[in-house]
Design a protein around this ligand. Structure first.
Ligand SMILES: O=C(O)[C@@H](CO)OP(=O)(O)O
Ligand SMILES: [Mn+2]
Ligand SMILES: [Mn+2]
Length: 559
């Protein structure tokens, strides 16, 4: 028996065999959109993905990858890797962090919870620090949530507040940092009028300061620590607005990569280092890019970099970022409880799994796939392989990334016949798409397509099955559009390059010599989304999915 009286035994599929090798390929940031000059996928040479599309409608279709289909608050919310891989792996739609935080803030319950009570103990004599991404992208955080936190915390007794801002430019347009800082500065002014000592204290671009993930580069977190805790950074300014405007004036400056800065007073003294007795809240709800900083704030024993001074603070995350590690131990909103994922079921039913990506996406096919859970369900049944990503570069200079290496690992795992499921994430379309470099993104898409080919060839050799899909859109549209879908043009005739994900659906293709004749996509799931994929994959492994899973996309018709 599993959790909550659940039995892990899956029913046999009445028609589909067990024991086939299934390649589960996730192209990161690969949506479907009309061809045009900003569609890097359409403009790249992608013969393999094109050939899969020829299988429509029986073996190729589109699925929803944004908005409510992946547990986000509205249909205006673009998809992202966290919610996409959660849905793919868990087979059900869970209200995600963005939504849970909205609800907790709307009802005011957040201020009655244990996490808030805990940090509140510092309000009398300490400072309350907010560290996080200043953005309305809704992928990692949302500006209006920070605003509600500021308001609520001040109403609940916070007397001294400092904000450590990370600028975005990845989920939102480059340059939007200025407006976000102005909005928050306005709120801080209002708080000061009420006698609350509220200020920005430090900042920096998200890809350069604090928000690294999967331990790719601890220096990123260290730069954040130095600015936020020690009050030390290469740049010092009197206000956040001055900081951002000055740093953005540098040639090639970009919100994603702004250097760290601290705000100083008239004596050049940092206005908000984190010290003993303070409270710290990391207000991002998404886990992957906050786990490392959370470790630095929370762990007593920590050897990733020299913290120099470790203040005794009360620290809480917006959410608990890792349920398995119980990190952080205090948090303002309970995370979605994503249980009984397909990965866990399959290991209980004899399916051996191999998962692989490079560092920047490694947690996507493991941690996110498994419902935000670190580690193996059963180490005897699973092998997760991480290929070290390049460090310290923007991926437009290396658009092929490690696609070939990932594909070769997958190929070897398939040909080795030890695993029944070989799962990969190919990062190119997404990681290079985020740089906004159109030419490089075209190269990236071609590299991802070549990687797919290697994997499909291996599946051909072993008589296996493939499932090729994506977690959300990105590379298929690189320009900001108006409501009619036309590129937005400014007064000088320039378009705004879109670095973010999109609202587009993503393809899913099935095939391979091991696919039983008669398997095809059903016609009666027109609104199918990523959450329907898990039941589909369970079928391909020869099982029927649990009854509360979103329905399968396939049927078996007798010939
Ligand atoms: O890089 C990231 O953190 C997000 C965008 O903010 O992308 P993805 O969801 O694809 O990981
Ligand atoms: Mn992604
Ligand atoms: Mn992305």
């Amino acid at each position: 028996m599993g959790s909550g009286g659940n039995t892990w035994k899956l029913e046999d599929h009445p028609k589909l065999p067990k024991g086939k090798i299934v390649a589960m390929v996730v192209l990161d940031g690969w949506g479907e959109a009309k061809p045009n000059k900003y569609n890097c996928i359409a403009n790249a040479d992608t013969p393999t993905m094109d050939s899969l599309k020829n299988g429509a409608p029986d073996k190729w279709r589109l699925v929803k990858a944004h908005g409510t289909a992946v547990g986000l608050p509205t249909e205006d919310d673009m998809g992202n890797s966290e919610v996409g891989h959660n849905a793919l792996g868990a087979g059900r739609i869970f209200a995600q962090g963005a939504k849970l935080c909205d609800l907790a803030l709307e009802s005011g319950k957040i201020f009655e919870g244990d996490g808030f009570k805990y940090i509140k103990e510092s309000f009398e004599s300490g400072t309350l620090h907010f560290v996080g991404l200043l953005s309305d992208g809704g992928v990692h955080s949302r500006l209006n949530q920070l605003q509600l936190l500021l308001k609520g915390a001040s109403e609940h007794g916070a007397k001294r507040i400092r904000i450590h801002a990370l600028t975005d430019g990845r989920d939102v347009l480059d340059g939007s940092s200025v407006g976000f800082v102005e909005t928050i500065e306005n709120d801080l002014t209002k708080l000061r009028e009420k006698g609350i000592d509220a200020k920005f204290a430090s900042g920096g671009g998200r890809m350069h300061v604090t928000m690294d993930r999967y331990e790719n580069d601890w220096n990123v977190v260290k730069r954040g620590w130095d600015a936020q805790v020690l009050g030390e950074a290469p740049h010092k300014f009197k206000s956040a607005l001055e900081a951002i405007k000055t740093l953005r004036a540098e040639p090639k400056a970009n919100d994603q990569y702004l250097p760290p800065f601290v705000i100083v007073d008239e004596n050049d003294k940092a206005v908000g280092p984190i010290v003993d007795g303070d409270a710290v809240v990391t207000f991002n709800f998404r886990a992957d890019r906050m786990v490392m900083a959370a470790k630095a704030f929370e762990y007593e024993n920590f050897d990733k970099f020299d913290r120099v001074r470790v203040p005794k603070i009360r620290y809480a995350g917006m959410l608990q970022y890792d349920g398995e590690l119980k990190l952080p131990s205090h948090y303002l909103v309970s995370p979605p409880e994503i249980d009984r994922t397909s990965g866990e079921y399959l290991t209980h039913n004899g399916v051996r799994t191999y998962a692989c990506s490079e560092t920047v996406k490694f947690g996507h096919v493991t941690f996110f796939w498994n419902g935000n859970r670190s580690g193996y369900f059963n180490a005897d049944m699973e092998e997760y392989v991480e290929i070290q990503s390049d460090v310290g570069i923007t991926f437009n200079v290396q658009p092929k990334m490690k696609a070939l290496e990932i594909a070769e690992k997958a190929r070897d795992a398939i040909l080795g016949r030890k695993f029944h499921q070989v799962r990969v994430n190919l990062p190119n379309g997404d990681m290079v798409g985020h740089t906004g470099d159109i030419e490089a993104t075209v190269v990236a898409c071609k590299a991802a397509d070549e990687a797919v080919k290697i994997i499909l060839d291996a599946i051909e050799q072993v008589g296996g099955i493939y499932v090729v899909t994506a977690d959300h859109g990105n590379a298929e549209d690189m320009v900001k559009r108006d409501k009619k879908g036309e590129p937005l043009v400014d007064k000088d005739g320039n378009v705004s390059i879109l670095t973010s994900h999109t609202l587009e659906p993503v393809p899913i293709a099935i095939g391979g010599p091991g696919l039983s004749p008669g398997v095809k996509f059903r016609k009666d799931v027109p609104n199918g989304g990523l959450a329907n994929v898990a039941a589909t994959v369970m079928n391909l492994h020869g099982f029927v999915a649990p009854s509360d899973y979103e329905t399968t996309l396939i049927e078996v018709v007798d010939n």
